[in-house]
Each structure stands twice: as C-alpha cells, then as structure tokens.
Design a protein around this ligand. Structure first.
Ligand SMILES: *[C@@H]1O[C@H](CO)[C@@H](O)[C@H](O)[C@H]1NC(C)=O
Ligand SMILES: *[C@@H]1O[C@H](CO)[C@@H](O)[C@H](O)[C@H]1NC(C)=O
Ligand SMILES: *[C@@H]1O[C@H](CO)[C@@H](O)[C@H](O)[C@H]1NC(C)=O
Ligand SMILES: *[C@@H]1O[C@H](CO)[C@@H](O)[C@H](O)[C@H]1NC(C)=O
Ligand SMILES: *[C@@H]1O[C@H](CO)[C@@H](O)[C@H](O)[C@H]1NC(C)=O
Ligand SMILES: *[C@@H]1O[C@H](CO)[C@@H](O)[C@H](O)[C@H]1NC(C)=O
Ligand SMILES: *[C@@H]1O[C@H](CO)[C@@H](O)[C@H](O)[C@H]1NC(C)=O
Ligand SMILES: *[C@@H]1O[C@H](CO)[C@@H](O)[C@H](O)[C@H]1NC(C)=O
Ligand SMILES: *[C@@H]1O[C@H](CO)[C@@H](O)[C@H](O)[C@H]1NC(C)=O
Ligand SMILES: *[C@@H]1O[C@H](CO)[C@@H](O)[C@H](O)[C@H]1NC(C)=O
Length: 798
C-alpha cells in the first residue's frame, strides 16, 4: 500500500518536470539543452545521446522513467560486471561506456559558496568566481535559521548554474557539522560552533537550502524525493583533533564514552539525517575507541542507515582507507582487508582509489559479498537519479552565468556578515561612529587590507573582495598601515601605525588570526594573538588621538582580556572571517548602517584553559581526578573572556514572559518504571527521580510567549536564546543547554511577541552515564539569554 501511494506521488511530480511524453517514456532529447545559450551537461537517458554512441536506449530499462528508481538502479547494477562495478566505487566513478553510463566526479565542495577544492568543480573564463559567503562560524553567529537556509538556496542555485555550464558537480560534501569541543581545534571556522543543538539546527537549514526542490519538501517517498544538489554532513564522528603537538587525525584514536557520543558527537548528525533528510554522510579519519570510523558497522550501518534511516550514501573522507592501513595500521590491515571491512560496515563510496583497486580482490578472496557492493551502488545511483543526472531536471535548465555572482547573491553575502558580527565591547557608546564628525581615519593592523583571509578555507574564487581598506576609504581620508602581519614576528612596522593613529579622528585596528594559525591539519597550541600583535594593539591604542575600535578576525576565541580591560580601546567587534563582502559589512556596523545582533557561537576561554587539559582528551565533563575542567558552556564553570551566546547591540531589549506552562504531569503506566538518577551528596532526591524517555509513548509539549521590547533608541535584531536547566542536585549533568532560539527584529520603542513550542523529552531530557535518555522529575528551569528571565517548569511523574 505504502509503495503504491508513493508511486502515485512520484508520477504526479514527475510529469510536471519532464517535457515530452512518448508512450510512458518521458525523456529529454539533447545533451545541450540550450535555453540559456551555453549549457553543457549530460543527461544520461537522452535518446539522441544513445544513438550518437551507437546504442538503442530502448535496450536499457534503467533509462525507462516510467519505472520506479529502485527498479531502474537494480537494472543498471545488474548489467555491470564485477570489474565494472568496482570502478564506480571511487569519487572518480569511471562509468560504463557499453551501457552508455558516463563517468562522474562525486567530489565537489560548497561549505560557504561553491568551492573549487573538490575536483568536480572549477572556475575558468566562463565562470570566473562564485559568491563567497562568510566561513560558517560567522554565519552561525547570526542565529538566524532563515538566513542559513537562504544561503544554502543561493549556493545550490550557483552550483546548478555551474553544472549547466559544465563547471560543477551535483554532489557537494558540505557542511562540516563537528561540534567544537575545544578552542584549539583548527577547523572551528568551518563549523557552527560548540553547541550540539545549534550545530544541528544549522545543518538542517543549510542542507535543506542546498537540497530541497521547491514544492517537494514533503514528498511522500523520501527515496525518490528530488534533489537540487546533494549535500553531505561530515565528519562522522568525534572528529576534532587535526594536528596538535604531533598528534594527527590520521593516527588519533578518540576515546569517547557512549554518553558523550549520544549527547554531543552524534546529535548534530542525527538532526541532519532525520530532520534535514541529507542525502550523504561522510565518515571521518579518526578511530573511535579503537575502530576507524569508516569501518564501524555500529556507527554506519546500524546507526546512520538503521536507526536514522538515511536516504542516501555514506562516503569516506578522502583517502580514509589508506589512512586506515598506513596510519591506524588497524588490525595490520591491507587495502583488501580495509576495503572489505568498510564495505561491510556500510561505507558506500571511497573518496580515493582503494575501493576501485582492492574490492575485486576482496570479493574473489571471499572477504565481502558482491551484494554489499550492489547495495552501495544502488544508494549512489538513486541519489544521481533524484538529482536528474539520468533524466534531466528541466526546472533548473534556465540557470546560467547570470545566476552566479548576481548582485542579489553578493548582497546576501554582505547581509550574512552583518548579521553575524558580534559587538563585544562598546564603552560609552563609542559605536556607532558618526561619519559626519570624522575626517581622518587610521585603518591599521594585519587584517586592515584583508582579502583572502576573509574567505578562509574550503572557499572558491569570490566574485569580488571588498576589503576593510576599500570599505572604510568611502568614509573619509584613510591612512593605512599594516603594523605587522598576522604572525607579527617583530615590532618593525608598529611605529608607522602609531603615527597614523596619532593624527586620526578614529582608529580602527584589524587584528586576529588566519589560516596560518588555525586551519585543517593545524590546531592551535595557545589562545593568544600571535607574536607581537598584543603589543602592537596596546601601543597604537596608547597614542591614538581619536577613539580606538578593535576588530578581531578569527574563528576560535582569543584571550583578549588585555583589550577588554584597556580603557583606551573603546569598542571591540568580532567579525569571524566575514566573506568576500567583509570590509563593507564591518563598515556598515561601525558607522551604524547596521545594528549588530550576532552572538558568540563559542565560549572564549582565558589563555590558561589550554594548560589545564590536552586537546586529545575527549570527555565534555570535567575530570576532577586529573584536574581537567569541563568543555563548552554546558560543562565548563570557570571564568571566560566572553561566554557562549554573548553579544551586545546599539540598543537595549527587555523580555516579559506573557504566558508559560509551569508544570507537566506525566502519568506512568504499570510497565513504566522510575529510574534512579545520581544526585550530588546532600541533595534531596525525589522518590521517582526520572523515567526512561523511550518508555513513554504520549508526547508532551510546553510553550510560552515572550514579549521583546526594544527599550533603546535604535531599531535592531535580538537573538532570543532559550536554555533549559535540569533540577538542581543531579550529579554530573550539563549546567544548561540550548533548546531553541529565534532572531527577531524590533523597532526602537516597539515590542514583538515571540512564541516558542518545545517537546518535553527533547528539551528537558538528560543523557545519563549509561547513555539512556532520561526525563528527570522535579523543578527544571527555563532561562532566556544569560538568565535575563527565568521561570521554573515542574515535571511530575505520577
Ligand atoms: C525532441 O526531438 C524531436 C524529434 O527530433 C523533436 O520533435 C522535439 O521537439 C524534441 N524535443 C525537445 C524537448 O527538444
Ligand atoms: C563542454 O564540455 C566538453 C567536454 O567536457 C568540453 O570539451 C567543452 O569545452 C565544453 N564546452 C563549453 C562551452 O564549456
Ligand atoms: C530500438 O529498440 C526497440 C525495441 O527493441 C525497437 O523497437 C527499435 O526499432 C530500435 N530502434 C533502433 C533505431 O534500432
Ligand atoms: C534573518 O535572515 C533573513 C535573510 O534570510 C533576513 O531577511 C532577516 O532580516 C533576518 N532576521 C533578522 C531578525 O535579522
Ligand atoms: C590504484 O590503481 C591505479 C591504477 O592501476 C594505480 O596507478 C595506483 O597506483 C593504485 N593505487 C593504490 C594505492 O593501490
Ligand atoms: C590591498 O590588498 C590588495 C589585494 O591583495 C592589493 O592589491 C593592494 O595593493 C593592497 N593595498 C595596499 C594599500 O596595500
Ligand atoms: C618583521 O616582520 C615582517 C612581517 O610583519 C617581515 O616582513 C619582516 O621581514 C620582519 N623583519 C625582520 C627584521 O625580521
Ligand atoms: C566613559 O565616560 C565617562 C564620563 O565621561 C568617563 O569617566 C569614563 O572614563 C569613560 N569610560 C571609558 C571606558 O571611556
Ligand atoms: C567547577 O568545576 C570543578 C571541576 O569539576 C569543580 O571542582 C568545582 O567545584 C566547580 N565549581 C563550582 C563553583 O561549581
Ligand atoms: C522593560 O522596559 C520597559 C520600558 O522601559 C519597562 O516599563 C518595563 O518594566 C521593562 N520590563 C522588564 C521586564 O524589565
């Protein structure tokens, strides 16, 4: 029954997609569908293409669009010999000429814009660049879900346009949704920060932006749901050591408890697969408790495909199999063994050559069934069918050159940077600067003329950079001095920068990090500004005539307590890495064309934090016996430079809770048992401390409405962060956790009402040390912002 219903849905959508219909066969004719002048892509099941290569398309049932995808991919795979099959299992899928199946490059990247990092996509005279949005950590700081989705939509539009022009792929291995467990990790720039829920929410929105075809978001049969482009959540899992004091990801064995796994490391991936319906997941280089992630049946087959029901394929990180053999030396593996193990574990596609090179032998030696290969190939071809690789996807045919780097897309890159920028300090309301009152500006520091630094890694070629220097030059007479570069190895150029500051009405210092300090394969060893940067900033601030504004470019937090406490530095902005329009976005904020509302997606720890624990220690909770503090705002109770969620505005907001449910009564049936929970010594434990959430069948929601009043003098956006805190007394659980957030725009003097609805289990549950998800009874606390308002929510288990 279910199958019949879904087929009907499939056809009703399909018939509106395909142009011509001929006795049940709905195919496009030509390889160059020329609606936009220069299209250049292959539609596999094009009759004229088949006749051109001397084949009769009627002989190939996999090209019969009247058949369901599962029947078509079975037909395709059944036609291949073993030798042909294994040649399709690498990112450079060879194709099968005798079947009219062309080659395909699976590897493209689109982390924050279409990138040329993967070989499937490139730039040339036809498409010289694509819109380069801010690296994800800054966009995350906007806490604006519609922005995250809209960026995904724009990136997929540019990707489709490039595909039409023969310059791009259809399968993009983005986003990176690893939780930033430690401030030293080099890849924080690629991610949405340290909170698993926020990271998951980012993943859902970005993935839906990339993948969803308008009008088909709620397609009945998810295995044939059309895809705009295919997205991939990576790197699964517990991947967050790149290269730290000689420990690298190719050798690292992450020791992770099941509790941390469920609560932190897997959570964003679960949200990405279940709620984002992503069509691919990438397994990571590292081992987890001894087993390489890409060879772990429990993590891949049982969890991603089984429990979460992935509609798509699992791909390795590039050369993961080689890493398994030569790095991890797992079970003294050979390429044949590694390939067999990974296939059996559920890894479908190898970014690399091990599958193509070794799986034929693995089958012949009896180490893996051909069926495993067939199943993987079917996953791959269904994704390509959903993308229109076989039948075309006419709704996108009109996309071309004009749709890449359009003015609208470039404006969205600027908007993303503005929305993400975080105001960290604004003594005496120095910002915004009134541009009418200034004539001379000193624009100094290593990032004052930043260009490539603004787009970070996994970037493409941008449409056009607007550096801070370009942007600030529009506001007055600018004196530019670099002071020193990011590494700032000496003081030789500091003096000229001081001279510039002495004469200017306002001094803007652009400092911070770049990829030479924090990057893939490069973790930090400290949290300070590099070299003489601190000295440079202090010396310039000391002599400046006008107010000093410090702008920090970085992904990870930096210990800038010196600047926070320096009265000569009036204002501090964190601008992440702000993308191709970064200079303009920063100027918009500095001169008050935009009121900043971004919030830090990461805790900024004091510098000594990293002396207290090694990057390689995976637990989130403090380890008292070793003196290790906890990690992230959920488990770290020490002082911070700036906390997670921090961010000021040029106006002020206050909150009033209008209506809120104050208690939830859950009636336990005979077969639902109270579970014990560990309470801290001396704390009173309720008679029924908790219940196992999996045991409960009824769903319970709670909701409240909050009135946000803008009590200041400027319009502005406010991020409402909602946390839950478990009843006090429960041992070794999080201090609080984000359960939801919304960004709302409120005009000066006005109010907006914002409604939140939460699922009790998802929002109040805790993962205990057994990795069970438990709902504690007692008085939970709901907190908005940094305890701006709080109210209790009583859970009664009766
Ligand atoms: C396909 O080819 C036929 C015959 O050459 C032609 O009549 C028809 O217009 C073509 N359809 C498309 C969509 O190009
Ligand atoms: C179309 O693709 C072919 C093969 O990849 C290439 O040789 C040709 O230059 C492309 N044409 C255009 C207009 O991009
Ligand atoms: C292609 O095959 C179909 C079905 O076998 C047949 O009817 C048709 O005549 C063939 N066309 C050509 C050009 O050989
Ligand atoms: C959120 O982002 C959208 C763009 O998708 C933007 O139009 C909107 O103004 C943003 N909301 C706030 C409150 O800033
Ligand atoms: C894989 O096979 C190709 C083609 O035979 C060969 O050039 C390459 O060296 C092989 N690589 C490995 C790692 O086996
Ligand atoms: C700013 O950077 C751009 C791009 O690297 C460079 O062309 C330009 O000369 C720089 N401007 C100054 C004043 O150094
Ligand atoms: C001083 O540092 C700059 C980079 O900021 C570098 O170009 C220069 O070579 C250094 N000079 C000396 C003497 O080391
Ligand atoms: C702010 O202004 C007050 C009063 O003019 C002054 O005393 C104080 O030093 C100023 N603070 C800073 C950080 O500039
Ligand atoms: C903070 O955490 C540490 C490490 O677990 C613990 O020893 C200390 O008592 C905690 N401090 C407070 C104030 O809770
Ligand atoms: C919010 O601000 C308004 C106007 O200043 C004030 O009347 C109201 O009491 C404030 N509400 C809260 C909850 O602080």
């Amino acid at each position: 029954m279910a199958t019949i219903v879904s087929l009907l849905v499939y056809f009703s959508i399909a018939s509106s997609f395909f142009v011509s219909s001929n006795a049940g066969r709905k195919l496009l004719n030509s390889t160059s569908v020329s609606t936009n002048g220069a299209t250049n892509f292959t539609i596999v099941c094009d009759p004229s293409r088949y006749s051109n290569i001397g084949l009769n398309i009627s002989d190939f049932a996999f090209c019969d669009s009247a058949l369901p995808y599962d029947a078509r991919v079975k037909d395709l795979v059944d036609r291949m010999t073993l030798a042909e099959k294994v040649q399709q299992l690498g990112n450079k899928a060879a194709g099968v000429p005798r079947l009219g199946l062309p080659k395909y490059e699976w590897w493209s990247e689109a982390l924050h814009g279409v990138s040329n990092v993967g070989p499937g996509t490139y730039f040339d005279d036809v498409v010289p660049g694509a819109t380069s949005f801010p690296p994800v950590i800054l966009t995350a700081a906007s806490f604006n879900e519609s922005l995250w989705k809209e960026i995904g939509q724009v990136v997929s539009t540019e990707a489709r346009a490039m595909y039409n022009l023969g310059k791009g792929g259809l399968t993009y291995w983005s986003p990176n949704i690893n939780v930033v467990r430690d401030p030293r990790w080099g890849r924080a720039t690629e991610t949405p920060g340290e909170d698993p829920y926020v990271v998951g929410a980012y993943a859902i929105n970005y993935v839906r932006g990339l993948q969803d075809v308008k009008g088909t978001e709620n397609f009945a049969d998810l295995n044939s749901r059309p895809l705009k482009v295919s997205s991939c959540c990576k790197h699964y899992a517990a991947y967050d050591v790149d290269n730290w004091l000689g420990v690298d990801r190719y050798h690292f064995d992450a020791q992770v408890t099941e509790q941390d796994m469920s609560e932190t490391f897997l959570k964003p991936f679960e949200m990405c697969v279940k709620d984002g319906d992503v069509s691919s997941v990438m397994c990571s280089y590292n081992r987890i408790n001894g087993i390489p992630a890409c060879a772990d049946t429990k993590l891949l087959k049982d969890t991603i495909r089984g429990e979460w029901d992935l509609h798509g394929y699992i791909v390795s990180d590039c050369d993961s199999l080689e890493v398994m053999v030569n790095g991890h030396k797992w079970l003294g593996d050979t390429g044949v063994e590694a390939s067999a193990q990974a296939l059996k574990a559920g890894m479908d596609l190898d970014c690399g050559v091990y599958y193509p090179n070794f799986t034929e032998s693995a089958v012949k030696q009896g180490k893996v069934k051909v069926k495993e290969i067939d199943n993987s190939l079917k996953q791959l071809y269904v994704v390509l069918m959903r993308l229109g690789f076989f039948d075309g996807n006419p709704i996108y045919n009109s996309l071309g050159k004009k749709d890449v780097c359009s003015q609208e897309h470039i404006e969205l890159a600027r908007e993303a940077a503005k929305e993400g920028i975080v105001l960290l300090k604004n003594a005496n309301e120095t910002l915004p600067v009134n541009s009418y009152k200034i004539k001379k500006l000193a624009v100094v520091g290593p990032h004052a003329n930043a260009t490539t630094a603004m787009i970070g890694n996994y970037a493409g070629i941008p449409c056009k950079f607007i550096s801070p220097l370009d942007a600030f030059s529009k506001y007055g007479e600018v004196k530019y001095e670099v002071g020193c570069d990011v590494k700032c190895p000496n003081e030789s150029l500091i003096f000229p920068a001081m001279q510039a500051a002495k004469e200017a009405d306002v001094t803007i210092i652009f400092a911070g990090l770049d990829l030479s300090v924090e990057a893939e394969s490069l973790d930090r060893t400290d949290l300070l500004l590099p070299g003489y940067q601190t000295q440079f900033i202090n010396q310039v601030a000391q002599v400046s005539k006008g107010p000093v504004i410090l702008v920090i470019l970085s992904a990870g937090g930096v210990d800038i307590n010196f600047a926070k406490n320096n009265d000569n530095i009036k204002a501090i902005l964190w601008a992440g890495y702000p993308g191709e329009q970064g200079g303009r976005a920063i100027a918009d904020v500095v001169f008050g064309h935009y009121n900043p509302g971004g919030r830090l997606p990461l805790t900024w720890y004091p510098a000594d934090y990293v002396d207290m624990l090694p990057l390689t220690s995976m637990p989130l909770r403090p380890i008292d016996s070793l003196g290790y503090p906890g990690r992230t705002y959920k488990f770290y109770n020490g002082s911070t430079v700036y906390p997670f969620g921090y961010g000021l505005s040029y106006t002020k907001f206050n909150y009033t809770i209008l209506s809120a449910k104050r208690s939830v009564d859950i009636k336990l049936e005979k077969t639902q048992h109270c579970r014990d929970l560990e309470y801290k010594q001396g704390e009173k434990k309720p008679a029924c401390p908790s219940v196992l959430i999996d045991d409960l069948d009824c769903q319970y929601d709670f909701e409240f409405e909050v009135e946000v009043r803008n009590v200041g003098g400027r319009d502005g956006g406010e991020v409402i962060l909602v946390y839950s805190k478990p009843p006090s007394g429960i041992a070794s659980t999080h201090a609080k956790q984000v359960i939801g957030f919304q960004r709302v725009f409120v005009e000066a003097g006005k109010t907006e009402k914002v409604k939140f609805v939460f699922n009790v289990y998802k929002s109040l549950g805790i993962i205990d040390y057994t990795a069970y998800n438990l709902l504690p009874s007692g008085s939970h606390t709901i907190s908005l912002g940094d305890d701006l308002v709080t109210f209790p929510l009583q859970v009664n288990l009766v």
